[in-house]
Design a protein around this ligand. Structure first.
Ligand SMILES: Cc1cc2nc3c(=O)[nH]c(=O)nc-3n(C[C@H](O)[C@H](O)[C@H](O)COP(=O)(O)OP(=O)(O)OC[C@H]3O[C@@H](n4cnc5c(N)ncnc54)[C@H](O)[C@@H]3O)c2cc1C
Length: 476
C-alpha cells in the first residue's frame, strides 16, 4: 500500500511503470495463475486507468480482470473473496455518479470482452453479455425490423452491463420506458461466486439487481425485449420566455392526451452554451426551450399528437417551430445531443445532477435551483427529460480555481430542493459515491436499516462495490 501511494504521487512521465504482478502483488499473481496473463492487468500503469468513471476518481485496484467467459467471472470473484478484497464491476466507465470507481484496493472486473450478442427475431428478444455496447443491440436488431429503445445519450460507448447497473434512461424513455422495462431475464454471479439465472417473477430479484450499481451481484447476461420501430416521427421545437411556461405546456399537452416519444428541456444558459458551440440558430433570448418528438404507426395520429403539443405550447405563451422533414428534425436534435461537448468548453469539469420531481412543481424547482446557482457564484445550467420531471442541473467548474467543497455544497442544496418537493435523488445516473451522503436526507433511518439488511442478505461481507449508494451506519 505504501509503495502504491508513492507511485501515485510520483507522476514523472519519464518514470518507467513497474510491474506489480509478482511477489509484490500476490492477488494479481494468483489471478494470473488462475486465468492466464492475457486476462489480468497487474502493471501499475495499466491499473491506474481503472480507478475512475466519468465523474469520480477512486483508488487504484490491486488487479484488473478482463473476463472472457462467465466462468472467468466466477473464478475471479472466488479468488477475491479468498483474498478478502472488494470487487467492482465496470463497463465503459461512462457513469456519472462514481459507480465504477473503486473505493477500496481490490479487483476491478472489466466486462469489455464479454460482447456476445444474439438476436432472436421470432421472439423479439436479444441476449447480450454485459460488455455489449448499447447501440449495438439496435444496430443488430434493425435488419430484423426491431429496435432496443433505451437510449442514454452515451449509447455509443455505454455497455448493457453498465445500463443495467444504473437502470439507464434516455429521451425515449418517457414513452417507451427505461432499461429495466426491457429486461426479461438475467444471469448474475453473486458475492460468493455462484451463478444464478433469474426471470421477472415472484420477488423480482432481477428487478432488485437492476439499478443496484454492482453492489448486489455481477450481471453476466441479460435477455432484452425488442420492439418494432414506429413508422412515423414528427418533431417540433418551442421556446418560452420563462421555464414555468414550458412546464405548463408540458403538463397541458400530456393532460390533453399527448404521449410524446421525446420531451426534452434546456434552460437559457444551456441553450446559449450550445449556440456558442455550434451556431444552430437557437433562440438565445429564450428562458426555456422544449424539443419534442411524437411518433407511432398511424401518421394522422402522430400529427394530431404534435398539434396537441403545439397548441399547448402556444397557449402557454411559447413560440413554435415545426421541423419540415428529417434533415430539419435531425438539426434540431443536434442541439440536444451537443449539450455535453458544449458544456465541456465552458469548464473542464462538471457535476451532473439527476433529480426527479413531480411535473407540477417543475417551474418552482427550476427557479429555486437557478437562484441557488446564482448565489453560489458557480456556473450552473439545467436541462433534462422534462416529461418525466427528470432534471440535470449541471455545475460547471474548474478544480484549479473553484473549491470542490463549494461544488459539493451546491449539489447538496439541489438534492434538498428535490426532496422538499417530493422528488428523488436520481432518475437514471444512480447514487454511486456522488449522492451517497445525500441518502441520509432522502431516506429515514428505519428505511436505511432495511436497505442495509437487503445489501447484507446478498453480500454479507460487503465485498461488492463497497462505498456506493448506502452511507455507513454507525449502529449497524
Ligand atoms: C456524455 C454522457 C451522457 C450520458 N447520458 C446519459 C443518459 O442520457 N441517460 C443515462 O441513464 N445515463 C447517461 N449517462 C451516464 C452513463 O453513460 C450511464 O449510467 C451508463 O448506463 C453507464 O454505462 P457504462 O457501461 O459506462 O457503466 P459503468 O460506468 O462502467 O458502470 C456503471 C455502474 O454499473 C455497474 N456495473 C457495470 N457492469 C456491471 C455488471 N456487469 N453487473 C453489475 N453491475 C455492473 C458498475 O459497478 C457501476 O456501478 C451519460 C454519461 C455521459 C458521459
Amino acid at each position: 500500500m505504501t509503495t502504491e501511494k508513492l507511485a501515485l504521487t510520483t507522476t514523472s512521465p519519464a518514470r518507467k511503470p513497474r510491474s506489480e504482478g509478482g511477489a509484490g502483488n500476490p492477488l494479481a499473481a494468483e489471478l494470473t495463475r488462475l486465468l492466464g496473463p492475457k486476462k489480468v492487468l497487474s502493471n501499475l500503469s495499466e491499473r491506474l486507468s481503472y480507478r475512475f468513471d466519468a465523474i469520480q476518481f477512486g483508488v487504484t485496484p490491486l488487479a484488473v480482470v478482463l473476463p472472457e467467459s462467465t466462468e472467468d467471472v466466477i473464478v475471479t470473484v472466488k479468488a477475491a473473496r479468498r483474498a478478502g478484497v472488494s470487487i467492482v464491476g465496470r463497463g465503459a466507465a461512462s457513469g456519472l455518479s462514481g459507480g465504477a470507481a473503486p473505493m477500496q484496493p481490490g479487483v476491478v472486473i472489466s466486462f469489455t470482452r464479454l460482447t456476445r450478442l444474439d438476436i432472436f427475431p421470432e421472439r423479439r428478444e436479444a441476449v447480450a453479455q454485459p460488455g455489449v455496447i448499447t447501440l449495438a443491440v439496435t444496430e443488430a436488431a434493425r435488419p430484423h425490423g426491431l429496435i432496443y429503445p433505451p437510449d442514454p445519450a452515451s449509447f455509443r460507448t455505454s455497455t448493457i452491463g453498465g445500463n443495467l447497473g444504473e437502470n439507464a434512461g434516455g429521451p425515449l424513455c418517457f414513452k417507451y420506458g427505461v432499461t429495466g422495462d426491457y429486461v426479461t431475464a438475467l444471469d448474475f454471479v453473486d458475492a460468493e461466486g455462484e451463478l444464478h439465472t433469474l426471470g421477472r417473477d415472484a420477488y423480482d430479484l432481477a428487478g432488485l439487481l437492476i439499478g443496484s450499481e454492482g453492489t448486489l451481484g455481477l450481471i453476466t447476461s441479460a435477455t432484452l425485449r425488442l420492439t418494432p420501430p414506429p413508422r412515423f416521427t414528427r418533431t417540433l421545437m418551442a421556446h418560452f420566455d420563462e421555464v414555468g411556461q414550458a412546464a405548463e405546456a408540458v403538463s397541458a399537452a400530456i393532460a390533453a392526451g399527448a404521449v410524446p416519444a421525446k420531451l426534452e428541456f434546456m434552460d437559457g444558459a444551456c441553450t446559449n452554451a450550445v449556440e456558442d458551440y455550434l451556431q444552430l440558430g437557437l433562440p438565445r433570448e429564450a428562458g426555456a426551450v422544449l424539443l419534442v418528438d411524437t411518433d407511432g404507426d398511424d401518421l394522422e395520429t402522430v400529427e394530431e399528437e404534435r398539434a396537441l403539443v403545439e397548441a399547448a405550447c402556444l397557449d402557454a405563451g411559447g413560440q413554435v417551430r415545426r421541423a419540415e422533414g428529417e434533415a430539419e428534425a435531425a438539426a434540431l436534435w443536434q442541439a440536444r445531443r451537443s449539450v455535453s461537448p458544449a458544456l465541456g468548453r465552458i469548464r473542464p469539469q462538471r457535476m451532473n445532477e439527476d433529480i426527479v420531481v413531480p411535473r407540477s412543481v417543475l417551474p418552482e424547482v427550476v427557479r429555486q435551483i437557478r437562484a441557488l446557482g446564482d448565489a453560489s457564484g458557480l456556473k450552473l445550467v439545467q436541462f433534462g427529460h422534462i416529461g418525466d420531471g427528470n432534471l440535470h442541473p449541471n455545475i460547471l467548474f474548474d478544480p484549479r480555481q473553484e473549491s470542490s467543497e463549494a461544488v459539493h455544497r451546491l449539489a447538496h442544496q439541489i438534492a434538498l430542493v428535490a426532496i422538499r418537493h417530493g422528488g428523488v435523488l436520481s432518475g437514471e445516473h444512480g447514487i454511486g459515491t456522488m449522492k451517497r451522503d445525500f441518502m441520509r436526507d432522502a431516506v429515514d433511518p428505519e428505511t436505511m436499516t432495511a436497505l442495509w439488511n437487503v445489501k447484507r442478505a446478498l453480500d454479507p461481507a460487503v465485498a461488492l462495490n463497497p462505498g456506493k449508494i448506502l452511507p455507513e451506519q454507525t449502529d449497524a
